[in-house]
Ligand binder design. Sequence first.
Ligand code: 5AD
Ligand code: SF4
Length: 452
Amino acid sequence: MKSAPKTFHVKSFGCQMNVYDGDRMAELMSAEGLVATDDAHAADLVVLNTCHIREKATEKVYSDIGRIRKEAGKRGGDPMIAVAGCVAQAEGVEIVRRAKVDVVVGPQAYHNLPGLVARAATGTSALDTDMPVDLKFGHLPARRRVSPSTFLTVQEGCDKFCTYCVVPYTRGAEVSRGRAQIVDEAKALVDAGARELTLLGQNVNAWEDDGKGLHDLIADLADIPALARIRYTTSHPNDMAQGLIEAHRDISKLMPFLHLPVQSGSDRVLKAMNRSHSRDSYLRLLDRVRAVRPDIALSGDFIVGFPGETEQDFAETLSLVDAVGYAQAFSFKYSPRPGTPAASMTDQIAPEVMDERLQRLQEALNRDQAAFNAATVGRTCDVLIERKGKLPGQFLGKSPWLHSVHIVGDLAIGDLVSVEITAAGPNSVTGVPKSGHEPLRESAHERNRAAA
Ligand code: 5AD
Ligand code: SF4
């Protein structure tokens, strides 16, 4: 039997929401008096906050459990292992059977982690994969110290049921957190040092409270004086409301960056994916966004090798990439997920075909990313300093367009500095601080609000 743990380590895989959840679980365990350690092999309790989106991510959990046990064992340790996140939700008791872990806790139940750990310390493995109507957020401790750029979950779950995707099953139906609770958490995060907030949701544009939409929430948050920047992710094209598009024109704290997954450029494939938008409706939507914010950096997600994808379908994806000119994007090989409709479709694509298509797609995306980066050279923009770089005096920050910017200067983490971009590489740019700091553009929206 394992005794009650005194130290813990949380390791998060996958999306930004998992990073947020991992931080919150760490805060929860700290509030219980456990001490965080960076060394996964020395902790009494290891929480693996897992991702189920593709098969590789799922299998990683099992290899990680084995490695942690082996390395800890070399030092005479036998850590308690808790599996959290989407694999916990999807596989539940199967994980206890296959890997003999102590705790399994789903993404909507992790506020119960301390109780589950206490139960596991009595020798019984403990499992909670409930999806309660009452959201976990009200049961989590306040946030104390945060980095300049911080995530804030405002919405969870997805009702879209794209035929390849496990998210509607692992994260559940769309639920929005209440506006007042979000604004309170945002203020606490800003008091704790955040200058940029990224609002998170599996389908964040579907956020709503009492008839208010995401753009109303963004406007509320823009009123927090010490908050300099707002971002949001991830968006579904069909929930991109006009108000949100206009917010990119009217709210200067809302950064000119939009992650809008499209997955494929072929209408035939989009239909089979149940994406409920077409190639053309997506392109027209981007035209409307660019009309209000011409410098917006666009990002997307792509899947190659969806069942039945022909060379012609794939050519349409490449031509969509050419038409958009993404600033950055993520691309994946299709991975059949148990229980999803696409997994049982005929015409699954051979792995070598997927490899070849992924390579071609990534070449096109890399080309556009390099071109976008190069086009910023000579521009001056605000950069939020997030951490120290590898070289002496070097810092790393983010541009409004989400570039990683390398700067050498007399700077501090959390500074928002005016920087001239002087050089661009494939994945980042370099800048020099301007002597006189240029003020942020004040928008009509903010003047009106100040006057009101
Ligand atoms: N196979 C490959 N990629 C997937 N994604 C979601 N499900 C799958 C799958 N079964 C990708 C989509 C989504 C991103 C988060 O992960 O592109 O937008
Ligand atoms: Fe998955 Fe996104 Fe489709 Fe929802 S909208 S089912 S999260 S891919």
